[in-house]
Design a binder for this molecule. Structure first.
Ligand code: ADP
Ligand code: NI
Length: 208
């Protein structure tokens, strides 16, 4: 199969897989991550553009929050799909490494292979979790889970979406791997800080 056909087949494959995910994890998240990853790679010329596209398309293939089957079954299904697409074994292993280790929660899991492909896709995924889009996605996810937006009660606030900014979103800026992502993260991070500051001002009626 030629690269263009493989990419088209992979698009259809992942669109079908993600149709039941929440709208913050939908096909348009994949498109944004692909565009960001392309942009990082074209600026820094780090990796084969075809592999960047493939890894971006497949990075959320196995998301434990939505997966119906076990992680091992999912990995096997994806491996078979990629073999049918005639992707070579080394590339398959690198794509699976991205899928397994991209997430914030698995950043310290054992077995990870350091790889610039993972660095690029991870940065793209993290950039899509911060800034205005990151804010929209966080509240969308919180709504999907029926979480509170915020609570002044410390205990109740532990599961709120505002708390998710402290737990994760405000940490991402300093975890970027590439120079391009670090630059872009600065503006997006500042936007979240301004949002949180305004949010608390409004909550406390100190915005006038
Ligand atoms: P990762 O897989 O890197 O740990 P997730 O898949 O948990 O990341 O997060 C994906 C998206 O869902 C992000 O935009 C993230 O901000 C949002 N999200 C995840 N958990 C929460 C939460 N508890 N509250 C609000 N948003 C969340
Ligand atoms: Ni993602």
């Amino acid at each position: 199969m030629n690269k263009e056909d493989i990419l088209l087949k992979t698009e259809a494959f992942i669109k079908n897989k993600m149709k039941d995910y929440d709208s913050g994890h939908d096909w348009w998240h994949i498109v944004r991550v692909r565009n960001l990853a392309r942009m990082i790679n074209s600026r820094e010329n780090l990796e084969d553009p075809f592999l960047v596209e493939m890894a971006a398309l497949l990075h959320d293939y196995s998301d434990s929050k939505f997966a119906g089957t076990t992680a091992a079954d999912e990995t096997e299904t994806l491996r078979v799909f990629l073999m049918e697409c005639t992707v070579n074994e080394n590339s398959i292993n690198r794509i699976l490494n991205v899928m397994h280790y991209i997430s914030f929660s698995s950043r310290n899991k054992s077995g990870k292979k350091e790889d610039v492909l993972l660095d690029i896709i991870q940065d793209a995924d993290r950039l899509d979790a911060i800034g205005a889009i990151g804010i929209a996605r966080a509240f969308n996810y919180g709504g999907f889970r029926n979480n509170r937006i915020y609570s002044p009660d410390e205990n109740e606030n532990k599961r709120s979406t505002i708390r998710h900014f402290d737990d994760k979103l405000l940490l991402l800026k300093s975890l970027m791997n590439t120079v391009t992502a670090r630059q872009l993260a600065k503006t997006r991070h500042k936007y979240m800080e301004d949002f949180l500051s305004q949010f608390h001002k409004e909550w406390n009626l100190s915005d006038f």
